[in-house]
Write a protein that binds this ligand. Sequence first.
Ligand SMILES: [Zn+2]
Length: 140
Amino acid sequence: MVDGNIVYMEEMLEKKEIDVLKDLWRSDNKRLLVCPVCGGSLKVNMHPRTLHGSFRVSYDTFIECENCTFSVEANAFKVFGAVKSFDEKTIDISSWSTLGDREINSFGNGLDEEILREISSSGELTEFLVVNGQVVAIID
Ligand SMILES: [Zn+2]
């Protein structure tokens, strides 16, 4: 699953960290994010990075709690599209580039198999959260 364009961080994120990233992308940055550990408010910093050979932009994201030591550091973006195919390690998502062309991107597979089967068989367009090169959640 090496893409060369994305910095893969070895560390897998914990569920609560993924949930915070999900909230961030769900809310268009407008809603106040709350720390899953202490309930304090979270400070968010995002630095856009254009993926090489693509118009897609990913964000180096730094999230820090103002009260405790909770923090998240990850590269994240969302993809709107449909599951084209998948196996244990990889998910191919068919979506559109910013120019309107169809494109298929491969990401690491970090989704629950049951959810994946469901959305794959429905063929429905879905928003996927990609963190450190891996699809980790559906943004609902
Ligand atoms: Zn906190």
